[in-house]
Design a protein around this ligand. Sequence first.
Ligand SMILES: [Zn+2]
Length: 116
Amino acid sequence: MAIKFSSDKNPGTSSYKKKQAPDLQAQVYELQSRLDRMALTMTAMWEVLTKETEITEEQLMEKINDLDIDDGVMDGKIDPEQRVCKQCGKPIKRRQLRCGYCETFSPIERPFDALW
Ligand SMILES: [Zn+2]
């Protein structure tokens, strides 16, 4: 989720700072809440998987590392701009439905892409 800053004609004024601070705090709180919900869901999914299947933590770590290096950088995350527009070839954030360059519709193709 991108943090959006609202425009203000006088960003150096104290009224600007007073208006922005609560908004940023609310956005950080919302992001933390979403992260907490995702961590809870992933923990529950993992517990169900380990109870119902033979999957091991080693297999999970191997898959995490495979996905991590898939974008060419081993940095503990997936590149949010790894998708490419089929029309113009420019990068598209995974959760965007339209190319920011040519506005071609680009449907989300993988279930978890919408999380980025
Ligand atoms: Zn495009």
